[in-house]
Design a protein around this ligand. Sequence first.
Ligand code: NDP
Length: 292
Amino acid sequence: MSSSTSFVLNGKALAQKIQCELQEWVRKQQPSIGRPPGLAVLMIGDDPASAVYVRNKERACAKVGIASFGHHFPANTSQKELETVIRQLNQDPRVDGILIQLPLPVHLDTVQLLLAINPDKDADGLHPMNLGRLIRGETGLRSCTPAGVMRLLEEHQIAVAGKQAVVVGRSILVGKPLGLMLLEKNATVTMAHSKTQDLRSVTRQGDILIVAAGKPEFINADMVKPGAIVIDVGINRVVRSDGTSQLVGDVDFNSVADIAQCITPVPGGIGPMTVAMLLSNTVLSYHQRETP
Ligand code: NDP
C-alpha cells in the first residue's frame, strides 16, 4: 500500500450529493408538472459490461425519481427498426432523455442513430448538434463524462483558467469534448494521443492531467508533474498474476498518488460522476420542456 500524500477526489460521494439534489428538485416540481422526468435507455445485444452500466443507470434513475423506459433489443436488430423506435420516443411526451448504450453491434451505424435523436432529448450529449453547440460555446446538453470531470473540478474549487491542462485521449466520447470544455474555462489545453511523440514530456507539463486512453495504469509517477491535479477517466478490467480480476484506471494510482496534489480513484471517481451527469441532463431537459 502506498503512503500517498495526495487528496483523493471522491466522485462517488459527489455523485450521491448531486443525486440527492436532483431528487429533491424532482420531488418539488413533479406535483405542478404532473409527471416525473423520463429517460429511455436503448440497449442492443447482450454485452455483459453494457448490461451492468444500463442496470446502474436505471437504479440511479429510480433513486432520483426519474421514470426509466428500458428498451432491450436483440443483437441483430436492424438500423431501420431502431430509427423507428427513436422517432417514436422523440414524440413521446413522457420521455425527456434518450440514451443509446454504446458500443453498438458492428452492423449498426452509431452516428446515424445518434442523429435520429431529438437534440433536446439527447441525454448523453453526443448528438452532433450538441457537440456543435459546445464548440460554439452555446448552452446545450453536454457529454456526460467530460461534464462529470468539469463538475468534479468545480466542486473542489480547482481553478482551471490559465492552467496548463493536458488531456491524453482524443475520442469523440471523452477527450475531444473535454478539451473544448477546458478551453471554454480558459485553460491552455494540450491534446495527446497515440501518435504523440515523447508523451512523458507532454504529460509532465500538465498542471491538470486528464487521462482517457483505455490503457491500464500506463501513466506512472515519472510522467506526472509534481503537485499536478490528476483525473483518471479510464476503466479497465485486468487479471492479476494470482488470477483475480480488478478494475483499474489509466493511471498507476499508487505511484502517482505520492506526487500529485489531487487524484481520482478507479472505481469511485469519474464513473459515478458520468451517471450523475446523465441524470442531471435528463432533469434539465424535463425542466426545459415543461417550463417554456
Ligand atoms: P477510445 O479507445 O475511443 O480512445 C482512446 C484514446 O486514447 C484515443 O484518442 C487514442 O489515440 C488514445 N491513446 C490510446 N493509447 C494511447 C497511448 N499509448 N498514448 C497516448 N494516447 C493513447 O476510448 P474512450 O475515450 O472511449 O475511453 C477511454 C477510457 O475511458 C477507457 O478506459 C474507457 O473505458 C473509459 N471511459 C470511462 C468512462 C467513465 O464513465 N468513467 C466513460 C467513457 C469511457 P488515437 O486517437 O491516436 O487512437
